[in-house]
Design a protein around this ligand. Structure first.
Ligand code: NAP
Length: 255
C-alpha cells in the first residue's frame, strides 16, 4: 500500500464545528489531502474564513451555517452539500461545547442538557442522516467522531462533558458494528489542544500547571496535530480500522 492510501482525493467531507479550532484544522487538512469540504457551524463569518483556507489548500469549499441540535436543519444541510459538492463520503462530528467547570453538586439541569444535546444528540442527528444517505445510494463512507480523552478517562469537575464524550465513544462502537462494512466509524480522542475551548484553563496559571502535570508530554497540542489523525481515520489507509478510539493526548490515558 503506497502513500496514496492516505489521500482523500475525490472525496466530499462535512466537518461540523468547522468554523474554528480543531474543526477548522480538520477541514483544511482534509482539503490538503484532496477532499472538497463543507465546514458547518453557527458562525457564518468564521466559516467563510475556513472556506478561504480550504480553497487555498486546493479544495472546493462549501461553508454552510448549521446548528447541529436542529434535526431539520441537519437534513437540509446534507441536501445542500450534495447539490453543490456531491455525495458526502466523510462525516466529521466535531461540534462540541464545554461550558461547565466545577463541582457537579452545583450543576443545573439546563447546562447538563445543553452539553448532552450538542455533543451527543447533535452528533447522532448528523450520523443518522449520513447513514441513511449512504445506505440509499448503496455506497460507502467514514465517520470520525471527535470525542475527547474525557471519553476514555475521568475529567473531574467536567462531569457533563465527560459523560457526553463517553456517550460518543459508545455511539462510535455501536455504529461501527451496526453499519459495517459500508461505513467505518471511529472516534478521535484528543487531550488538551490550543483552541478557544481551553483558553480559560490555559490562561489560569494554577489550573494550567495542574493540567500540564497530568500530561506526560508536558505540553498542549496544536490543532493540526489532531487534524492529522482525522485525515488518517477518514482515509483508505485506515480501511481495516473501525470502532477504534484513537487517542491523541500526549500520553494522559496511558498512565
Ligand atoms: N480543545 C481541546 O482541548 C479539546 C480536547 C478534546 C476534545 N475536544 C473536542 O474537539 C471539538 C472541537 O473543539 P475545539 O477545541 O475546536 O473547540 P472550539 O474552538 O470552541 O470550537 C467548537 C466548534 O463547535 C462549533 N459548535 C458549537 N456548538 C455548535 C452547534 N450547536 N452547532 C454547530 N456547531 C457548533 C463551534 O462553532 P459555532 O460557535 O460557530 O457554532 C466551533 O466551530 C469539540 O467536540 C471538543 O469537545 C477539544
Amino acid at each position: 500500500m503506497g502513500l496514496d492510501a492516505f489521500s482523500l482525493k475525490g472525496r466530499v467531507a462535512v466537518v461540523t464545528g468547522g468554523s474554528r479550532g480543531i474543526g477548522e484544522e480538520i477541514a483544511v487538512a482534509m482539503a490538503e489531502a484532496g477532499a472538497d469540504v463543507a465546514p458547518v457551524a453557527r458562525s457564518e463569518d468564521a466559516l467563510e474564513a475556513t472556506a478561504d483556507r480550504i480553497e487555498e489548500a486546493g479544495g472546493t469549499a462549501h461553508p454552510r451555517p448549521l446548528d447541529v441540535t436542529d434535526v431539520a436543519a441537519v437534513e437540509a444541510m446534507f441536501d445542500d452539500v450534495e447539490a453543490t459538492l456531491g455525495e458526502v463520503d466523510v462525516l466529521v462530528n466535531n461540534a462540541g461545547v464545554n461550558p461547565y467547570f466545577g463541582n457537579t453538586r452545583n450543576l443545573d439541569v439546563e447546562t447538563w442538557n445543553t452539553i448532552l444535546n450538542v455533543n451527543v444528540t447533535g452528533a447522532f442527528h448528523c450520523a443518522r442522516e449520513f447513514g441513511r444517505r449512504v445506505d440509499e445510494r448503496d455506497g460507502t463512507g467514514s465517520i470520525v467522531n471527535v470525542a475527547s480523552v474525557g471519553g476514555v478517562v475521568a475529567l473531574p469537575y467536567q462531569t457533563p462533558y465527560t459523560a457526553s464524550k463517553h456517550a460518543m465513544v459508545g455511539m462510535t462502537k455501536s455504529l461501527a458494528v451496526e453499519w459495517t462494512p459500508q461505513i467505518r466509524v471511529n472516534a478521535l480522542a484528543p487531550g488538551y489542544v490550543k483552541t478557544e475551548f481551553t483558553k480559560g484553563v490555559r490562561e489560569n496559571e494554577d489550573i494550567r500547571d495542574d493540567i500540564l502535570e497530568t500530561i506526560p508530554q508536558n505540553r498542549f497540542a496544536d490543532p493540526d496535530e489532531i487534524a492529522a489523525s482525522a485525515v488518517y481515520l477518514a482515509s483508505d489507509a485506515a480501511g481495516y480500522v473501525t470502532g477504534e478510539i484513537h487517542v491523541a493526548d500526549g500520553g494522559i490515558a496511558a498512565q
